[in-house]
Every structure is written in C-alpha cells, then in structure tokens.
Design a protein around this ligand. Structure first.
Ligand SMILES: C[C@H](O)CC(=O)SCCNC(=O)CCNC(=O)[C@H](O)C(C)(C)COP(=O)(O)OP(=O)(O)OC[C@H]1O[C@@H](n2cnc3c(N)ncnc32)[C@H](O)[C@@H]1OP(=O)(O)O
Length: 723
C-alpha cells in the first residue's frame, strides 16, 4: 500500500508530468484523488510550469475509481466517503485549468480513468490501449463526467452504445471516433504528449474543453430519437437494472440544459446509484469473482502452474464438443477421441458449428475460426495421448465405463498429465478407484453449453494434488472460464445447491400453483427463464436422471414429484420434440401449452398434498421464497460441510452457472440481505405445513438464532465474540 501516490516532475521544457501510482491498475483510490488535486494545484501555481501531462505508472493509465471505496460506502451508508471528483478535480482543476493538460494513455483507461482523460485538453494513446466506461456493470453510472464528455467527443449513438453495453474499444478505434487525438508508440508516448501540451500552450494546437463542445451531438430532435430507442432497448435487455435509465436521463439533462448542468445531475444520480441495492449486488459479484482465483493450500503454497499445451477430450457428445471448442478457441491443441468414426465426425461437426456460431455473431473473425479449427484433431485410439498435459473425460454417466477409461489413460498419458472428468454426478473417488494416480484425478465440471457458459467447477478429492488443481485453475482462466474450487459430494457444490430449485417448483405445482405463474414470477425476479421453461429447454432426461441421484443421496429431504415422468409417459420431452410445457413456434416467444394442464392435474391427484384438496394461496413473493429458500438452505449445508471455501464462491456459481440475477449479488448474498432469520422462520413454518423438504439446516438455524450472516466464516471474530 506504501506505493499509492501521485508524483510530479517538472522538466526543462516547462512541462509538469503528473503520474498516478497505485499498482496493479492505478485505481483511483482516495489518496490518489487527493494527490491529483494537490499536484494540479501545485502545477498551476508554479511559474516554471507551462503545461501539464497526466499519466499512469507501470504501463497502465487507470482502471477507474477504486471499487473498494464504493463497497465501503455501501457497507457503512456513509456517502461522504466519496470525494468530489467530477467538479472539483475534473472541471475546476483539469478542464478549466489555466494551463493545458494532455493525457498520455497506455494499457487501459477505464471508468473514472477514461473520464479523467476526457477532462484533459488532448489525449495521446499507445497502440492497443483499452478504453471504456464499464460502470453500468457495477450498478452505477459514470460519475466523473463521462456521461457528458463521451457523447461530446464521439457522438451520441456510439457513446450510448459504449456505456449501455459497457463495451470497451481499442485506441485505434478511439482515434477514428475522435476520442483519441494521436496514437504513438509506448516509447514515444510521454515525449509526444509533452510536445503536444506545449503546442497547446503556444496556441499552435487547439485548446479544447470537451464539456463545451456541441458539434458532435446533433440536433435536439436527433438526440431525443437516439435516447428514445436506447431507452426502449434497455427496458427489454436490462429490465432489472435501473442504472441504464439513470444513465440516459443524465445524458439527456446535459443535452437539453448544457454539459455543466449534466455534470451536476450526474454527480447526484451517481451517488444515488452507489447506494442502490443493484450496485451492492453487482459490486459484491465483482469482488466475489476475483476471490475465486485464491484457493487455500493451492494458490498460497508457492507452487507455479505448469503450461498446458495439449489437451485430450474423450467423448464428442454435447459436453465433450463444447469443451473442445473452448480450448481450441484459446489456441490450445485438442485431440478429440471417440469410439467410432460416425460419432467422431458428429463431434467434429458440432465443434465446427460452435465455432461458426461465434463467427455469425461477429465475435470471431473467419481467420481466427480457421486457426482454431486447425488445432483440432479427431482420433479413435489413445496413441496421441502420450504427450498430452490434460485429459478431460466427457462420456456418459456410467461408472464401469469411466473406471475403464481412467485405468487406460493412466497407463498411456505421461506421468505429469492431469486426469480430469466432467462428471456431474459420480463420486470422483469411485472414478479414480482403479488407478494408482488418484493425486492426478480431478473434476472439471463444465456447464452446458460448455463453450459459452463461463463457470468451471473444479472438484478436488482429499487426494488431488495442489499442483493439479492449480494447473486446472490456470488453464481454466486461459480458456476464459471462472474456475471455482470445490469439494467432492453428490452434485458437487453447484448442482447440489440448486437441486432444491427444481424440487421447490414441483412441490408448488403439486400444491396447486400454476406452472406459468411460477415461471413468470421467477423470471421477473431476474432469472433468464423460469424452472419449467428451463426444463423444456434442457430436456426432461437430465431432469429425471439428476432427480434420481439426489433422491438416493438425500432421501430425507427430497420431494417425489411424478410430474416429469408423467410428461414423458405422455410423449413429451420438452423443446427437442416440440412438446413441453410450452408451444414453440419459429420466431415467436414460447406460448403456454394448455393441454399440459390435464397431466398436471394427474400429478396433483397422485401426490395428493394440497390441504383440503384446494390449491394453497400464495403471493408472488412467497413463490420466490418457497423455491429459493430451500436453495439457500442447501447452500448452508454446503458451507457447513466445507464443500466450498467461501460463501461468495456460491454467489459466483449461482450467477454464472444457474442464471441467478447478478444484481442480487448471488444466492448467499441475497439470503443475507433478506435476512437469515426470515429465511429460517419461513422454512420452519413451511416444514410444519409441507414436510421435510423445508426443514431448516443446522447451519441456518444457528446463524439465524445468533444473528449472524450466512456468509461470515465460521472462525470470524464476530462468531468468536458470540461463543
Ligand atoms: C466514478 C467512476 O465513473 C466510477 C468508476 O470508475 S467504477 C470502476 C470502473 N472500472 C472498472 O469497472 C474496471 C474493473 N476492473 C477490471 O475490469 C479489470 O480488473 C481490469 C480490466 C482493470 C484489469 O484486469 P486484469 O489485468 O485481468 O486484472 P484483475 O485481476 O482483474 O485486477 C487486478 C487487481 O486490480 C483490482 N482492480 C481492478 N480494477 C479496480 C478498481 N477499479 N478498483 C479497485 N480495484 C480494482 C482487482 O480487484 C484485482 O485485485 P486483486 O488482485 O486483489 O483481486
């Protein structure tokens, strides 16, 4: 922390170079902001300073305002912890300075970082510098004048797109758009910036205050049209994210009443957004995601990850081909193994389609797609396995088959090779039982579709070595996944925690609640879709198999719903045979298929759990709680058993693996904001009415009664104090 500072050096040319230093990304922590104010004052005061250059140390300009400060404000409610930057620093000390200021930008300028540069009178950047205003992903709006200056520099449409989609651009594009005045090599960056600053001072280059510009804004009519369309789109794509509308409001204020007025309104709404629940949730997710890269006894024991150059994937089904796609897209060689050429060709075709999908969506160039596919080789035997670094088995869930594969690969692969399985249900100790390499056996549980879903659950047994886990975590990040390290149990951390989600939905249906209402309520809570539409999309086979697994593992707390079996018996298997809870017509939203109601009636007759044979009355909130509190309850058991190392890993798992709304911060964070006591008391009441499925766990009960949060570690000081 001693390195957090702002320095100033004045050269013989009369240029003061002000440098921000707060490794690794020069986040604008409070001391940096105070340091900037002080140095700008000094530079303006000093007679030997003619012009100013603002830059960041270590090859990075700045990653933006320090998100830790925002979290502190959220935890304490003390808004005064936020320093006044937008007016006091950016307008008064930089933009309205008597001396010209040039930003010398390298590496990245994000959020508040980019906003500082836009207050300067010119921006010079190194090639491939990342520029963006990603604030909306944190539930806030840009707060250092970005909503006003970006549209004035690059035009309203592009600025709105960059802010609303939190889309960064590279300096090359920035130059074309007018955000960057010149691109020069990193080596020349400071020199060119100094000269540029002097030239402005000498009036040989224009002295431009971005906030005063209007030439890129277009007419008021045009601006209103752009904003109207953006508002409509945001309502559709980000219905639960109030910061999107707030951002557009603030932009409009500036267009109608002038930039300075916009800056003031922005500062006001920025503070409001910081204190919003949406931002609390999203800021939590930001830190929770970063925390996943630290695994105790793995990342803190001084070992270094080994390079994974070649990977073998066994099984070219949906999972195997998705996994192979993820690797080749990140420049890693993949051997895809199948048992016969028919299956192999099918697997390769799926991979080609996956890759083409990225090209169609504009996420990959044709060139890169070709390069990726050239890294794939289909094989029918193990001969290529002799020099692979990682094998991922992704065959059907069959114990003897998996055991046989693991004994084979143990013999053929080199001794350093990691032996991973993508099983989602089978105990890893059983899979590795027939090998002598249990220290190399690990779970690499991807989520379907594996080339798209960002979560990777790394499952360790008591025998898995730290090196193997570290290697998998590292390669996981290379293929752009977020790896969470978890322990071995039925369903591991993610499926196990979310198992009661489906169960709760089925219990409610059998208690008389309408399936379509359940789906509606769950999507308005923020899930991408409700549990029944999800079942349709995934197919009922998965649902039934997983259900059986959990019934066996946790017979005391599973609810036996006959509904899925009845659906299958009636020839229904969801979207893939066009017969599910919904009707699927091309180009249309799925519509309820009311002919399903008779099947639901039969299920209710069979379970016969409705009190007095009448549907139970429930509010929308109760629907959410009766489905999600059992998930919280299972999360508590997972925490209690130490299956995850920290509660926030389950938050990330729920957001990235299960579609839990990120603005609610993840399943445990949400439960803590609702209050463990309320969760506990509700479950207790329902367990008396509807049985064991709702029985509160020991962990939940203890924390609710002690007034603790679910997230705090068992050994936290606050627990000790209570003991
Ligand atoms: C008023 C203003 O408008 C409000 C704002 O500016 S809000 C902030 C806007 N900025 C952002 O959202 C950027 C967030 N950061 C990122 O996206 C990425 O960290 C990055 C692209 C800057 C760098 O990525 P990468 O090189 O992979 O490094 P990464 O591991 O993510 O980050 C390195 C460290 O910097 C920290 N960090 C990055 N940006 C930070 C920020 N703005 N504040 C505080 N810490 C930050 C990370 O938490 C991480 O810390 P850790 O090692 O202790 O976990």
């Amino acid at each position: 922390m001693g390195e957090v500072k702002v320095t100033m050096e004045v050269g013989n040319d009369g240029v003061a170079v002000i440098t921000m230093c707060n490794p690794p990304v020069n986040a604008l922590a409070v001391p940096v902001i105070l340091g900037l104010k002080e140095k700008f004052d000094e530079a303006v005061r000093r007679n030997d300073v003619k012009a100013i250059v603002l830059t960041g140390k270590g090859g990075k300009f700045s990653g933006g305002f320090d998100i830790n400060v925002m979290q502190k404000v959220q935890q304490t409610g003390d808004i005064n912890l936020l320093p006044d930057v937008s007016v006091e620093l950016v307008v008064n000390k930089i933009e309205d300075s008597k001396k010209p200021v040039v930003a010398a930008i390298e590496g990245l300028a994000l959020g508040g970082g980019l906003e500082l540069t836009m207050g300067c009178h010119a921006r010079i950047a190194a090639p491939k510098t990342q520029l963006g205003l990603p604030e909306l992903t944190l539930g806030i709006i840009p707060g250092f004048g970005g909503t006003q200056r970006l549209p004035r520099l690059i035009g309203l449409s592009k600025a709105v797109e960059m802010m609303l989609l939190s889309k960064s651009i590279m300096s090359e594009e920035g130059k074309k758009l007018g955000l960057i005045d010149a691109i020069v090599s990193s080596k020349d960056l400071l020199n060119v910036s100094r000269l540029w600053a002097i030239e402005i001072a000498d009036r040989r280059k224009p002295w431009i205050r971005s906030l005063h510009r209007t030439d890129r804004l277009g007419s008021l009519y045009e601006a209103r049209e752009v904003l109207k369309i953006a508002r409509q789109q945001a309502r559709k794509t980000a219905p639960n994210m109030p910061q999107h509308q707030a951002c557009l409001d603030v932009i409009e204020e500036g267009i109608v009443h002038g930039g300075y007025s916009g800056v003031l309104r922005e500062a006001h709404l920025f503070k409001k957004c910081v204190l919003s629940d949406t931002s609390k949730g999203l800021v939590h997710v930001f830190f929770a995601q970063r925390a996943t890269s630290k695994a105790p006894k793995v990342t803190d024991v001084g070992i270094k990850p080994r390079h994974v150059k070649k990977v073998a994937v066994i099984g070219g089904g949906l999972m195997g081909s998705g996994i192979a796609t993820a690797f080749i897209l990140s420049n890693i060689y993949v051997f895809l193994k199948e048992v016969n050429s028919e299956y192999l060709l099918k697997g390769i075709k799926t991979i080609e389609e996956n890759v083409r999908g990225f090209v169609t969506k504009g996420k990959l160039t044709q060139d890169k797609a070709g390069k990726a596919l050239s890294l794939l080789k289909g094989v029918l035997d193990y001969s290529e396995f002799k020099d692979v670094d990682l094998v991922i088995e992704a065959v059907i869930e069959n114990i003897p088959l998996k055991q046989a594969i693991f004994s084979d690969i143990e013999k053929i692969c080199p001794p350093h090779c990691t032996l991973a399985t993508n099983t989602s249900t089978i105990d890893l100790n059983i899979i590795g039982e027939k090998t002598h390499s249990q220290d190399r056996v690990v779970g690499a549980h991807f989520f379907s579709p594996a080339h798209i879903m960002p979560l990777l659950e790394i499952v360790r047994t008591e025998k898995t070595s730290a090196q193997v886990i570290l290697d998998l975590m590292t390669v996981g990040k290379i293929i752009k996944k977020v790896p969470i390290v978890v322990g071995n149990c039925t369903g591991f951390a993610v499926n196990r925690t979310f198992f009661p989600y489906v169960q709760g939905a089925h219990l409610l249906v059998n208690l008389g609640v309408d399936v379509y209402r359940i789906d509606r309520v769950i999507s308005s809570f923020g899930f991408p879709m409700g549990p029944f539409l999800l079942a349709d999309v995934v197919g009922y086979g998965v649902n039934l198999a997983v259900g059986k697994e959990f019934r066996n593992a946790f017979p005391d707390r599973t609810f036996q719903s006959p509904l899925m079996e009845l659906m299958v018996k009636n020839g229904r298997n969801g979207k893939n045979n066009g017969k599910g809870f919904y009707i699927y017509e091309k180009g249309d939203k799925p519509k309820p298929d009311l002919s399903v109601l008779s099947i639901i009636e039969e299920s209710k007759r069979l379970t016969n759990i409705m009190p007095n044979a009448k549907p139970i009355p429930v509010s929308d909130q109760e629907i959410v709680e009766m489905i999600l509190f059992p998930v919280v309850n299972e999360a508590c058991r997972v925490l209690d058993e130490g299956i995850v190392v920290r509660a926030s890993d389950l938050d990330i798992a729920s957001v990235l693996g299960m579609g839990f709304p990120s603005q609610r911060g993840g399943i445990v964070f949400w439960a803590d904001s609702v209050g463990p006591k309320h969760v506990y008391q509700s479950l207790k009441r329902w367990s008396e009415l509807y049985g064991n499925f709702y029985r509160p766990s020991r962990y939940l009960e203890e924390r609710a009664l002690k007034g603790m949060t679910l997230a705090e570690p068992a050994f936290s000081p606050s627990l000790k104090a209570r003991l």
